[in-house]
Write a protein that binds this ligand. Sequence first.
Ligand code: GDD
Length: 341
Amino acid sequence: MSRKVLITGIGGQDGYFLAKLLLNKGCKVHGLIREKPSNGIGSLAHLEESQQSQLILHESNISNKGFIDELVAEKQFDDIYHLAAQSSVARSIQHPRETIETNILGLTNIATSIRDRSPQTRLLFTGSSEMFGDITSGKQSESTPTQPQSPYGLTKEFGYQLVRTYREHYGLWAATAILFNHESEFRGQQFVTKKIVRSVVRIAAGFDDVLSLGNIYAKRDWGYAGDYMDGVIRVMERNEPDDYVFATGKLRSVKDFVNTTFSHVGIDLDWFGDGIDEIALNRSSQNLVVKIDKHFYRPGDIKGTCGDASKAKLLLGWQPRTNLSSIISKMISQEQDTTLP
Ligand code: GDD
């Protein structure tokens, strides 16, 4: 029988992939979308029209407890995927209150509505590697102690603990997918991969001169959002609720990402200098194309984060199928199609 699901935060990158996969499985998909979103229906606009027309969208903020209570009580969903969040670490440093309200109150509203009004509903929370903080030794797995370093990371640690509490003590079917960085052609502009791809495409086409970045020695484990949403569904389909890490296990620096993206558009770079004076020149034209701007540095930035997804591979049969080079190619094609005049 087809499942009735709700995706909160359906208008973002992950909502696009999750909605598409669930519609393909024959699910009846409801989505919670922010009131008056600045970008219309966001990434959902990229779904085929036949899929868009099957979606049932509800407009509200996740912090509106009355609305969430009514929706959960009336619809009695089989599954709720809770994606809605203020997801920028940099923004959380500037706006901790907004981040706490959206991420902590939002999840608390959903979980408590389920507990009190629809206790058979399954809840999947998208957690984050940010709750682990910096790598200390080896890769980060479900058993790694948490040590968040940003307001965003703190809210994701809270969510992880709240889900565990509701599962172990209140009897809810509730699970956390602990997601490491995941990118795609629908990534938001506030994240470094999208910023790099956009700028490189524009520089190669002659519309921009220089890409300005913060800490290019930060390292991340970058996977593909489509692969991670496939994993999230596998968590929901298990009989037993549990927490799983989703990651590629490969660590790359922001500087590696810059070099690879430029090489995809046929530009090789030569790097000179150190610290905030470091620059990169286009090897053939000798034009300045990358510089450092200290405004993009973050206090408490995580220097490196890399995941061990052995549990998801073993118990869910999950694999990260898309490598970083393919992710960059998809992002470049999308950028060339949408932002070049
Ligand atoms: N955004 C940004 N802009 N980051 C920069 C820049 C810049 O100009 N220059 C260097 N960086 C560095 C940041 O300091 C950070 O170390 C790294 O690039 C990645 O930054 P983001 O792309 O903003 O992602 P994030 O790692 O902080 O957080 C993302 O991944 C988490 C784990 O999955 C977000 O998607 C979170 O929502 C997610 O939970």
